[in-house]
Design a protein around this ligand. Sequence first.
Ligand code: ADP
Ligand code: MG
Ligand code: MG
Length: 209
Amino acid sequence: MQISPEILPRIIQAIAEAIEKNAEAVTQLDQAIGDGDHVVNLQRGIHALQAQSAEIGQLDWAVVMQKIGMTLMSTVGGASGSLYGTLFVTIGKALRDKTADLPAFAAAFAQGVESVKLRGKADAGEKTMLDVLIPAAQSLQNSADASISLQELLADVTHAAETGVEATRKMLATKGRASFLGERSLGHIDAGAKTAQLMIAAIAAVIAS
Ligand code: ADP
Ligand code: MG
Ligand code: MG
């Protein structure tokens, strides 16, 4: 099964709408344990991608992922900018000279998530976007290896991301701005984990439709 990059304008639009719809709630999350700019940071990147969206739909996956990464790196800023930049640039590199089928995507996404861990010197359980990205990558790899339907795979990844974001509530932040608060970070969902989950849900919904 292969999906064409021509799906990207719809995905970018769905992500823009999901972040816009949840802007106030996510901003409150970043205000509670961060500096409140996460949605604004992310929306700068999303707007830049919307402006490129017709063009990038015509490229091949390896090139387009690297281009998305470069755009995010240069527009988003904050901790999340370089992390998402690294994620997509690494996915692009991993897809070079590969047939962009499901197993290749799953492996590329897993490599991308590894690069985020390295860049942020962080791992699972530190109350960051990684608490969504890591279980999502695991779910994708498990599903790509199993013979389940695309609809099931998408539902599983969406569910893994939801479980991941909820788990950040009881985690102590040890990376990023929230770590400055120590125990006061307990009881709050991480903003970056929430937007990662919203984006995964939006991507899955477009592919499923
Ligand atoms: P900043 O914290 O610089 O204001 P953002 O608000 O855009 O940047 O992004 C904050 C989010 O980035 C956090 O909610 C967290 O999910 C993620 N984050 C911060 N530091 C790290 C890290 N070292 N590794 C992984 N994710 C991180
Ligand atoms: Mg912030
Ligand atoms: Mg900031």
